[in-house]
Design a binder for this molecule. Sequence first.
Ligand SMILES: *Cc1c(COP(=O)(O)O)cnc(C)c1O
Length: 383
Amino acid sequence: MSYLFPTYARWGIEPDTAIGMKVTSTAGKEYLDFTSGIGVLNLGHCHETVKMAVTEQLNKYWHVSNMFQSSIQERTAKMLADASGLSQVFFANSGAEANEAAIKLARKATGKSKIVTCQQSFHGRTFATMAATGQEKIKSGFGPMLECFEYVPFNDDDAMMAAIDESTAAVMIEIVQGEGGIHVIHQSYLDTIQSHCKKYGTLLIIDEIQTGIGRTGKPFAFQHYNVQPDIITSAKGLGNGLPIGAMIGREKLSEHFNPGSHGSTFGGNPVSVSAAEAVLTEIFNPVFLKETVNKAEYLKNALANALKDAEEVKEIRGLGMMIGIECEQDVQEFLAELQEEGILVLSAGPKVIRLLPSLTVTESEIDRAVRKIEKIFSIKQTI
Ligand SMILES: *Cc1c(COP(=O)(O)O)cnc(C)c1O
């Protein structure tokens, strides 16, 4: 029997070691990891530069509390601010905590309470972020929910327009719905949100927890669009596997997060922040981002080519290294078959296969994975 609460439907694989894109199981089987720990290992497993930065910090000190000055937090915050065009950073330990901070700040700064989010969105598992999440299955049995959240269909301009009013503190959105099935936002939707936010003094929060840190080929995915958020949130890829989240906001919001208003014992932990500093130095390099864009294009084209005759495939979509293959049927069986073939992928909802490779993936690793994906679909067709 297991002593763990069964909150996760675990695979029958236990990793022994992992490096780059390769995971070796305790059973001695090798896997090509196209999950990156759910969009976390943007630089791959056990990345050398990150390891060095973390080791150096481990040899200095591990934790002192936020009562002390921290130049490593300052340096890393500046990198996040410069890359996003925003100004102030609050460090948390996870995505949900970063969103929690954003929701608290938006309510305090505006003096309003309604938060508008999208159907099929995912923002986390704490009470506020669960309430923000537009999926019933996430909330089932945990009611009553935190009040004043309203949900609108994704990319429906009229519904969004109708939802924003004088009582709206913030709109919280994803640029690509990750858990919700890899749905990419439209510019017109962002235009509608921006103009209505301006009209009613509503803040725009963009949840970049899965889309950020180079995942789509830009530092943050909103940078593919003409849009200026007031707050963005980051986590997942930020620490390349060390737990860290960040809320990044406009300078004028600073006064509302005054001493004593919000905090976290572990938030900005120097070991995690040292990982983040190394990650941002690597990924926010324009050459690295350019390569990411090229390889993402290569992956998408290879998939489109390999799967053009696959009857089960409805659509291949995504942005950068965040790709969804929507199928006609439930994809769990495909995931299991790919594991047999030594390829690890995720799902996003029942019918979408989700690929989130490390941004360091090579073209030959892409070729190998695509061949296997092609194989499992063609096997199906010959039955
Ligand atoms: C994963 C995720 C979260 C939650 O992050 P945790 O670190 O699991 O709390 C929130 N928003 C989005 C878009 C995510 O993908």
